[in-house]
Design a protein around this ligand. Sequence first.
Ligand code: SF4
Length: 143
Amino acid sequence: MYIVSKCLLGYNCKYSGGDNRDEKVVCFCDNHSFVAVCPEVLGGLQSPRAPAEIIGDKVIDKEGKDVTDAYRTGAEIALNIVIKESKESGDEIEGAILKSNSPSCGVGTIYDGTFSHVRINGDGCFAKLLRPFNIEMKTEEDL
Ligand code: SF4
């Protein structure tokens, strides 16, 4: 079973109110079992919402609001959903395909906190929680 960022499958959960549908990811999910989650919506955030980026150990939105709690809570809820689904189905988690650069789903690179599309090394809040499980994590850019 693969963990997939919900926006990559066409759900309108992105901060802008739209999606990040990616045909390669959709095609991959047609042929593999998966569980799709959006940590930010699970954390209680609305879509649309202000974009946010990680600054140090905080997540701050473009209006300057500290949204760290919502991002961390959402990541934990998403992880619990994935673990529960895996246990109930008996389907082991094989990997994750997550949205690149997102403050929740980004794998290995995230934006630098200046809202200027500059990327730095780092994981989003959800990807960070998944690291200790040693599953293969990719983004849609790696497919
Ligand atoms: S939190 Fe992840 S799944 Fe949700 S919109 Fe952002 S990148 Fe997509």
